[in-house]
Each structure stands twice: as structure tokens, then as C-alpha cells.
Write a protein that binds this ligand. Structure first.
Ligand SMILES: Cc1cc2nc3c(=O)[nH]c(=O)nc-3n(C[C@H](O)[C@H](O)[C@H](O)COP(=O)(O)OP(=O)(O)OC[C@H]3O[C@@H](n4cnc5c(N)ncnc54)[C@H](O)[C@@H]3O)c2cc1C
Length: 399
């Protein structure tokens, strides 16, 4: 490849914008194709853990996201009556605790990333309908999208598939990969009246459900209620259904759900890619975020690993290729760095679900709670530390 390298990013969510920002920093010319009429995110929060913040720092928006959100920490896990199963100390003077996190409104996180990707060509209303993966040693990648009733095609040196959980690019390049309904659905909302007992992130486990609250700004709390449900079930009054679901739970849970303005409540079924993909690269195409590794939300790592992926596209592909590394080698390095890690975290999310939110009521719930109270907190902190102690890879020298 000679001249300025070109990349087309399909999807302008968290992963796509992080990849675009990282490629721009590596000197690439970047186009982002977003299907929606405007760039944006849903009205919910997200817990950015240390690894996600390290990625945000790498694309220059860590300070902005810290300022836009709320620095807090994981307080631990309670049973549905609000009794601690695991209670982690507040970080105190520790400058770099592993349970540190930042609660952020998703729209503020997305806005920061959009600014970081501001030098890209940012196209909205561009629904990608077909791709050709290209050949790292030959044919460029090609992408076709529809916009305002017209079909457009462009070629580029690199294609980044960042089109989320129902990725059209994954569907075309990995037709055997099957997205599966998890059996769980999630209510989410941002509320102005906290109503929590603790100003830290608290997860509450009950029969086949998990409830969590994360402060995301002054007087703003994000909560989620992850519950067992058949796919596609919807209630005429979702708010009443959520209130009824959590009726027997701790007072702070009931107060938070009851105090939520019904119009703020969202409901999404949770899907995942249980078997993962055999590769995160094909031809000149690299997959990031949910397109690559949609996982259960039970470790809160979907968005955080999406940010990591984005940064790795710039660091392991963009930078090295600009410095002379063959694209095929750079894509292999990306796959080797990302796939084992994301598979481990996706499996960990499944295990966390099985010992946490997915445990049924009755004796299994009581047995799990009894065992959990006996576990040394250090064991679980160490497991979490392996996930969040991540740093962007050093740029690889050109070959
Ligand atoms: C209930 C729930 C709670 C969660 N909580 C957390 C949490 O606390 N912490 C965490 O780290 N993660 C969490 N996650 C996971 C996290 O939300 C996702 O992993 C993350 O948002 C994925 O980002 P993405 O950019 O890959 O996909 P998306 O955010 O879905 O972005 C994909 C983008 O591509 C666009 N697009 C789609 N198709 C096309 C097309 N054909 N052409 C052009 N554009 C297209 C879409 O419009 C969208 O803008 C949660 C997920 C759920 C469901």
C-alpha cells in the first residue's frame, strides 16, 4: 500500500467511533457509515471500568469522560433483601484500585467519542447492505450502502465491522455464526432521584434476576433490572411490570423502580454469540465490539471490550501498516490479541450469570448465598483484576 491508507468503518457506535478515532491518530483517512439518521446512543448509563478508561485515554477523551461521569467503585453484591453477599471496601486513598469505575451516561460517552472521530467523514442514514472482504495482498475491501433510496459503493484498504449485535457484515462473512437469545431481558433507566442506599455500584442478586445501580452524575443514577423472560415478551405497562417484578426486593430497589418516570424505562432482550467467532478478521475486514463478540452483560464488559477493540485497530493494524507492516500480519496480530481475551471474558460473563443472576429461587438461591458469604473477597477481586488491568498494546514496529 502506498499513500494515505483508507478505512471504512461500518457502524458509529462505541466500538466504531473508538476504532475511527484510533485509526485517525495513526494517520489514516477514515469514513464512518452509520445507519441511523443521527449519531447517538440510548438513554442509559454504562460503567466504564479501568480497561475501558485506559482505551478512552488512548484516544484522548479519558479526561472528558471522567468529567462527564461520576468516579465511583464497585461496592459488591447483595441478596434481594439488601444483605451483603460480598462487600468491598471503598478505595480510600488507593490511587489505582481495581474496583474503580466511572458511571457515565451513554450519550455523554458517545458524544466524547464522536468528537474524537471528528476528522473522519461521518455519514448518517447510510445502511450497509453488502461487503466484499477483500484480500490483504490484493483486492481492496468494498462496501455497499443505501442512503435516501440510492445505492453507493466504495473501496478501502481496511473495513472495520462495528455494526453491533445484529451485524450485517458478520452475517455475510461468517454466515454460520448464530446469535442466540440468552433467555434474559433487561429494563434500564436513568433516574434523577437516587433512592439508593449506597453511592457506589451495587449489584443485587435475586431469583433469576439481577438489579444494579450506578451513579452517573450529580443526582443521577442508572439502574438495570435483568430478568428471566421469554423472547419478545412486552407488557402494556412496562413500568407496572417492573414494579411488580421487584416487589419483594430490598427497599432501595423498590424505591428506585417505583420512582422511575415510566417514559424513561427501556426494555431490551439480551442476545449473545455463545460460540464466538473463529476469527476477528477476514480478508481486509476486522471485526470489533458486539459484531465480534456479543456477550452477556453480567460482567459489564461489552462496551469496555468494544473500546479496547477500537484502540487495538489503531494500535495493532493502523499504526503498524502505516509503518510498513503487511496488512495480513497486522490483522493476525489483532486477532491474536483480541480473540482469546474476549472469549475468556465472554465465558466469564456466562459463568458469572450462572452463579449470579441466573440462579433460580428456593434452595439454590439460599445455597448460593451461603457459599458466597464464605468466599474471601480477595478471590473475586483477583478475578476481576485480571479483566480490568488492561493497557493498550504498544505500537508494533513496521516490517
Ligand atoms: C442490557 C444491557 C446492558 C449492558 N450493560 C453494559 C455495561 O454496564 N457495561 C458494558 O461494558 N457493556 C454493557 N452492555 C454491552 C454494551 O452495550 C455493548 O457491548 C456495546 O454497546 C457494543 O457497542 P458496539 O459499538 O459494538 O455496538 P452498538 O452500540 O450496537 O453500535 C452499532 C452501530 O452500528 C449501526 N449499524 C448497525 N447496522 C448497520 C448497518 N447495516 N449499516 C450501518 N450502520 C449500522 C447501529 O445503528 C449502531 O449505531 C450492555 C448491553 C445490554 C444489552
Amino acid at each position: 500500500m502506498t499513500g494515505r491508507r483508507t478505512a471504512t468503518v461500518v457502524g458509529g457506535g462505541i466500538a466504531g467511533l473508538a476504532a475511527a478515532a484510533s485509526l485517525l491518530r495513526a494517520g489514516w483517512q477514515v469514513t464512518v457509515l452509520e445507519r441511523a439518521a443521527a449519531f447517538g446512543e440510548v438513554g442509559a448509563g454504562v460503567a466504564v471500568t479501568r480497561n475501558g478508561m485506559a482505551a478512552l485515554d488512548d484516544v484522548g477523551v479519558g479526561a472528558r469522560v471522567r468529567a462527564a461521569g461520576r468516579a465511583t467503585s464497585t461496592a459488591g453484591t447483595q441478596d434481594r433483601h439488601g444483605r451483603w453477599l460480598l462487600h468491598l471496601p471503598a478505595p480510600g486513598d488507593d490511587p489505582d484500585p481495581v474496583n474503580r469505575l466511572w458511571g457515565v451516561h451513554r450519550q455523554r460517552l458517545h458524544a466524547a467519542l464522536l468528537d474524537a472521530a471528528g476528522d473522519a467523514d461521518l455519514l448518517t442514514g447510510a445502511a450497509v447492505v453488502g461487503v466484499t472482504a477483500g484480500d490483504p495482498d490484493g483486492e481492496p475491501a468494498s462496501v455497499t450502502w443505501r442512503s435516501g433510496g440510492t445505492e453507493h459503493t466504495r473501496t478501502s484498504d481496511l473495513l472495520v465491522a462495528a455494526d453491533g449485535i445484529r451485524s450485517a457484515v458478520r452475517g455475510q462473512l461468517f454466515p454460520r455464526a448464530r446469535l442466540r437469545y440468552s433467555g434474559w431481558s433487561s429494563w434500564r433507566a436513568v433516574v434523577d432521584v437516587p433512592g439508593t442506599t449506597d453511592d457506589r455500584f451495587v449489584a443485587v442478586w435475586g431469583p433469576q434476576a439481577e438489579f444494579g445501580t450506578v451513579p452517573i452524575g450529580p443526582g443521577q443514577v442508572y439502574w438495570y433490572g435483568y430478568v428471566r423472560s421469554s423472547e419478545g415478551v412486552r407488557h402494556d405497562d412496562e413500568h407496572a411490570a417492573a414494579v411488580a417484578h421487584f416487589a419483594g426486593w430490598a427497599p432501595h430497589v423498590r424505591a428506585t423502580v417505583a420512582g422511575t418516570p415510566p417514559e424513561r424505562l427501556m426494555r431490551h432482550d439480551v442476545h449473545h454469540l455463545p460460540g464466538g467467532l473463529g476469527s476477528y478478521a477476514r480478508g481486509r475486514t476486522v471485526l470489533v465490539g458486539d459484531a465480534a463478540h456479543a456477550m452477556l452483560p453480567t460482567m459489564g464488559q461489552g462496551a469496555n471490550t468494544s473500546l479496547e477493540d477500537g484502540v487495538c485497530v489503531g494500535r495493532l493494524v493502523g499504526g503498524p501498516v502505516a509503518a510498513g507492516t503487511p496488512l495480513a500480519d497486522a490483522l493476525a496480530a489483532y486477532d491474536a490479541a483480541r480473540r482469546p481475551r474476549c472469549r475468556r471474558i465472554a465465558r466469564g460473563s456466562l459463568v458469572t450469570a450462572r452463579i449470579g443472576a441466573h440462579v433460580p429461587g428456593g434452595w439454590p438461591q439460599a445455597a448460593r448465598n451461603a457459599v458466597f458469604r464464605l468466599l474471601p473477597a480477595g478471590l473475586l477481586v483477583d478475578a476481576g483484576a485480571r479483566v480490568v488491568r488492561w493497557a493498550p498494546p504498544a505500537a508494533v514496529a513496521g516490517g
